[in-house]
Design a protein around this ligand. Structure first.
Ligand SMILES: NC(=O)c1ccc[n+]([C@@H]2O[C@H](COP(=O)([O-])OP(=O)(O)OC[C@H]3O[C@@H](n4cnc5c(N)ncnc54)[C@H](O)[C@@H]3O)[C@@H](O)[C@H]2O)c1
Length: 306
């Protein structure tokens, strides 16, 4: 297939590109490199430096004749979305609309979209299902949910197929400290700098940490499956911040310490995703344990620091 991956120089996007290239697809990466990095680019993919909001995207679509567009480019910082919701909507909503209009015009056969299970479901007494009512509180979560409605509308108005993948907290090699599982990168950097890591509140806040290679595999499955669906991609298990630190410090050969800081107001206590729909619809299950994934992430960040 001919596939366009927007945001393909970023953390998750670059792993998705690697998986598509490995599966034999012809991949074009489009990224403005605002948080992505040329070091992440796959040499076997074509790279176009461009902004998803701009008019020049039309030439990329005209030239590329893509079968699938996997749209990962986004403003991903939840705190920044609170400070500047207009910028968040500009990139995340107007950027998506530009991609959708061009996909319609150039008869793209499918859109795959990265959404955020971690910001939709609020406090989770049990792992959240896709049918649970979404209650995003941040402008970022709202722009992601609004995007899902636009995708549904384009499917019904213009017969443009789509699959939405709602990620938990994605972590792994190449991750940035500002993303939704930024804590993993931050802990690694503090350990490697021989500085104390900060743990806010009790450290018992639970999240669904899913390893990036598992997320990339879900994006491969979504090429052919999951049409018209929104699907949680996580592990179904809750990992807490204290455990993350304990596992990461076990990988770190030097001394390690942490400091407790006051709890951050408004922080969710527990966010976990039920992933049974992913198994049913995509034939996908997470494979990498938290322990193995964290060890691999630590090794990668340590090797970058040398
Ligand atoms: N990391 C997570 O835990 C997580 C969880 C849920 C959803 N997501 C979603 O997954 C996607 C990828 O996130 P990530 O964690 O890899 O972040 P990332 O910042 O590494 O990737 C985003 C990429 O988009 C590019 N980009 C940003 N604005 C752009 C623009 N206007 N035009 C072109 N390119 C632009 C950036 O340069 C970057 O390479 C995003 O849509 C994000 O919202 C991530």
């Amino acid at each position: 297939m001919r596939i366009l991956v927007t945001g393909g120089a970023g953390f998750i996007g670059s792993h998705v590109v690697d998986a598509y290239v490995k599966a034999g697809h012809r991949v074009t990466v489009l990224d403005n490199l605002v948080s992505g990095n040329v070091k992440n680019l796959n040499r076997r993919a074509r790279f176009v430096k461009a902004d998803v909001r701009r008019k020049e995207m039309e030439r990329v679509f005209e030239f590329g004749r893509f079968d699938v567009v996997n749209h990962l480019a986004a403003q991903i910082d939840v705190r920044r979305s609170v400070e500047n919701p207009v910028f968040d909507a500009d990139v995340n909503i107007l950027g998506l609309l530009n991609v959708l209009e061009l996909s319609r015009k150039f008869r793209v056969k499918k859109i795959i979209f990265s959404a955020s299970g971690g910001t939709y479901y609020g406090e989770c007494a049990r792992p959240a299902r896709e049918t649970d009512p979404p209650r995003p509180l941040s402008p970022y979560g709202i722009s992601k949910l609004a995007s899902e409605f636009y995708l549904r509308a384009y499917r019904s108005l213009h017969s443009l197929p789509y699959t939405v993948l709602r990620y938990g907290n994605v972590y792994g090699p190449r991750q940035d400290p500002h993303g939704e599982a930024g804590v993993v990168a931050i802990f690694c950097q503090r350990l490697l700098a021989d500085k104390a890591a900060y743990i806010y509140g009790t450290g018992k806040q639970q999240r669904d940490y899913v390893f990036v290679s598992d997320v990339a595999r879900a994006n491969v499955a979504a090429l052919l499956r999951g049409e018209g669906e929104s699907i949680n991609i996580g592990t179904g298990r809750a990992g807490d911040v204290n455990r993350l630190f304990e596992v990461l410090r076990a990988s770190h050969p030097g001394p390690s310490s942490f400091e407790r800081k006051p709890a951050r107001p408004g922080e969710l206590f527990r966010s976990v995703l039920n992933v049974s729909k992913a198994a049913l619809v995509l034939g996908w299950k997470p494979r990498v344990s938290l322990k193995d994934g964290l060890a691999e992430t630590y090794r990668h960040i340590a090797s970058q620091n040398q």
